[in-house]
Write a protein that binds this ligand. Structure first.
Ligand code: ADP
Ligand code: MG
Length: 698
């Protein structure tokens, strides 16, 4: 395998690259996707002995990419995954004392900075896939610039200077270099072959809301199979359910082929259909990279993960749906939601490019020229400009970045997004009126969960009933546990089982259902069988068990400190779970207005409906007030995972949604803390500590 990697474009530049990394604090590396940046550069640096000073850390915006690439590199270095080469993603740490090359999500590195601001255990940090412009990578870029761009300070808190490598698949390298004190740019020259692109006729600007694109994608992929010469196909779709649906349809069609008459290229007599999406089991993912058997054409149906994060060899044809599933802040409901939106033109070019790595290729776009011109933006908007900033702003504040408006952002988020985040943090008591992090905020930042859920969990812990919330938080952190079969009869059967699970709790509350499913499965003799009988995803539940343990460990560590909040509860015990939920979800309160319509109370006053998957669906008449976990926007706005509450429980919390003066928070946010002020503050603190010590002496 090592010899195979010698054919990668990066190989010829090995020595120069190692030198370039050694020579400066920051280095930007660019090169076509598939040139070997992600898998090879960390190995080169390790071979050059750099890892003797500390771990080589490589960040990825996507969880699957971190895992898959680590597997590959462990294989290339002939070691067991988790030993010399390991990975860490949220709730899954596969590293050890021996790990010298560590792949991880950008979110994980951000959490590490909280515990160790100077990243003292690393010799090199490589931020990979920077062109994706994920929120966490953007924040990391700003933080690393802030901490390490002053050469005098680059060894602060460390015994040797940290090296930072920023990798990007083309695009924006000048901007990156300028941002990082005009650092050098290393370009890996690569050869690409021409890709002919053709537009379709079926999907135009009017089809943005419809799901007809799945059928169209299948039709075109099938046409490629029957009328094009041998070569593998890569289909870009949006998400797991769309991909599974498309694979089913393709499979059906492929069954009907008579290879003697129906296909152009007589050397092809079979189609191997493989899905590829984020939450897929990793052993299944490995198949994707294997060459197909002789005379068989491989067709991979993937999310955007195959656009730059993972490179599959042998792809000659691309089928591009023109859509992507993206997390966007929805101002209609005031929350982040996953939406299917048209990709940008630059993204479309990137997708097409995947067909031209080893020879000339073809890209079939299912959309027409008008869609390209009218519906597709030039570039993808960076995540920092379109999603909620609450969690990262809390992280920044905990790192001592008080002025979050003038933080060095590669692209600034809109000020109102920052204000919105400050407001939410204030509502959750994570910061005070002057914008400073509270004790509660310091506890909250320790949990890799969304702030509302963390707030509810901490409330429960302070009332000593964390056992009610820990499983719920875990269940909400894994993929959907309820199986939704495609076949209508099976769907009915699954619905019936799920309804039975909900009524076991006796309280008709989706959070309580999650709790009850968790325990029922855990205490069962045959948990996997129990899941099968009840149409529950065993794999998802298994992860929930592990997540619960990890959350419990974090909580235990915090509870051991003497200042962990303790409260007493004088209400009805059976209301405990719901009362705790209110503390974290009062920003998601809705009140029934007429019929089955609810109105949210967060100032947006959106009209929402209860989602059919909820146990409360069709029970609306008996409800007045509810809190909910998230929303799904289709032609209607649906609330999902719902819990009935009483007005008295949120009465005192609701005014918080309106009382806060964002200008007050923002004025503070604008106030610059000078180095001098900081020094004064530090010496005051030191003096205080000193006087405490002397008091102890007495
Ligand atoms: P880059 O980061 O520059 O896009 P990579 O280092 O990801 O490039 O990929 C280099 C080569 O390694 C590609 O030819 C790719 O097909 C191969 N490769 C990467 N991961 C795997 C894997 N899990 N299995 C097989 N081949 C892989
Ligand atoms: Mg890469």
């Amino acid at each position: 395998m090592m010899s195979e990697s010698k054919y990668l474009p990066i190989y010829k530049h090995k020595a120069k690259l190692i030198q370039a990394v050694k020579d400066s604090t920051f280095l930007v590396v660019t090169g076509e996707t598939g040139s070997g940046k992600t898998t090879q550069l960390p190995q080169y640096l390790h071979e050059a002995g750099i890892s003797k000073d500390g771990t080589i850390g490589v960040t990825q915006p996507r969880r699957v990419a971190a895992i898959t690439v680590a597997q590959r590199v462990a294989q290339e270095m002939k070691c067991t995954l988790g030993r010399e080469v390991g990975y860490q993603v949220r709730f899954d740490d596969c590293t050890s004392q021996d790990t010298v090359v560590k792949y991880m999500t950008d979110g994980c590195l951000l959490r590490e900075i909280l515990a160790d601001p100077f990243l003292s255990k690393y010799s090199v940090v490589i931020l990979d896939e920077v062109h994706e412009r994920s929120l966490n990578t953007d924040i990391l870029l700003g933080l690393l610039k802030k901490v390490f761009s002053d050469p005098a300070k680059s060894t602060r808190g460390r015994s040797f200077p940290l090296k930072v490598v920023v990798m990007s698949a083309t695009l924006e390298t000048d901007k990156l270099s300028a941002f990082l004190s005009d650092c050098p740019v290393f370009q890996i020259p690569g050869r690409t072959y021409p890709v002919t692109c053709t537009f379709g006729s079926a999907v135009g600007p009017k089809d943005i809301e419809s799901t007809g694109y799945i059928k169209e994608v299948v039709k075109i992929a099938f046409d490629v199979h029957t009328s094009e010469m041998a070569g593998d196909v890569l289909v870009f779709l949006t998400g797991q359910s769309e991909i599974e649906r498309a694979c089913d349809l393709l499979y059906e069609k492929a069954e009907s082929i008579d290879y003697r008459y129906d296909v152009q290229d007589q050397t092809v007599d079979g189609l191997l259909i493989l899905p590829l999406y984020g939450s897929m089991p990793t052993d299944q993912q490995r198949q994707i990279f294997q060459p197909p058997p002789p005379r068989i054409r491989k067709c991979v149906v993937a999310t955007n993960i195959a656009a730059t994060s993972l490179t599959i060899d042998g792809i000659k044809y691309i089928v591009d749906s023109g859509f992507v599933k993206q997390l966007n802040h929805n101002s209609r409901v005031g929350m982040d939601i996953l939406e299917v939106v048209p990709i940008s033109k630059s993204e479309a070019q990137q997708r097409a490019g995947r067909a031209g790595r080893t020879s000339a290729g073809k890209c079939f776009r299912i959309y027409n020229k008008e869609f390209w011109e009218k519906s597709m933006p030039e570039y993808t908007v960076p995540e920092i400009q379109r999603t909620s900033l609450t969690a990262v702003i809390l992280t920044l504040k905990c790192l001592g970045v008080h002025d979050v408006i003038r933080f060095p952002y590669l692209d600034c988020p809109e000020e109102r997004f920052i204000l919105e985040a400050l407001k939410q943090l204030y509502q959750f008591d994570a910061i005070d009126r002057t914008g400073r992090v509270t004790h509660l905020g310091e506890l909250m930042v320790e949990f890799p969960l969304q702030p509302g859920l963390t707030r509810a969990l901490l409330k429960a812990a302070s009332l000593d009933c964390q056992d009610l919330l820990l499983p719920v938080a875990a269940m909400l952190s894994v993929e959907n546990i309820f199986i939704r079969p495609g076949h209508p009869d099976k769907q009915k059967e699954a619905d019936k089982k799920h309804r039975a699970l909900a009524s076991r709790t006796g309280s008709m509350n989706d959070f309580a259902t999650l709790l009850s499913v968790f325990h029922a499965c855990k205490s069962s003799d045959r948990p996997s069988g129990w899941c099968k009988d009840n149409w529950i995803h065993w794999r998802a539940l298994k992860s929930a068990f592990s997540v619960e343990t990890q959350l419990r460990e974090i909580l235990l560590r915090l509870q051991q400190k003497s200042d962990f909040p303790v409260e007493t509860f004088d209400g009805n015990k059976s209301e405990l779970l719901r009362r705790c939920l209110c503390t974290g979800y009062f920003t998601n309160v809705a009140r029934r207005s007429v019929g089955k319509v609810f109105c949210t109370m967060d100032g947006h006053g959106s009209m929402v409906h209860i989602h059919p998957s909820s146990a409360l669906f069709d029970q609306e008449d008996e409800l007045n007030w509810v809190v909910f976990h998230d929303v799904l926007v289709t032609s209607r706005v649906y609330i999902r995972t719902v819990c009935p509450i009483r007005y008295e429980w949120v009465k005192d919390l609701l005014p918080k949604l309106h009382e806060v003066d964002v200008y007050e928070l923002s004025n503070v946010a604008r106030e610059e803390v000078t180095d001098d002020e900081m020094k004064q503050w530090e010496s005051r603190e030191a003096a205080k500590r000193q006087s405490e010590v002397s008091k102890e002496d007495v």
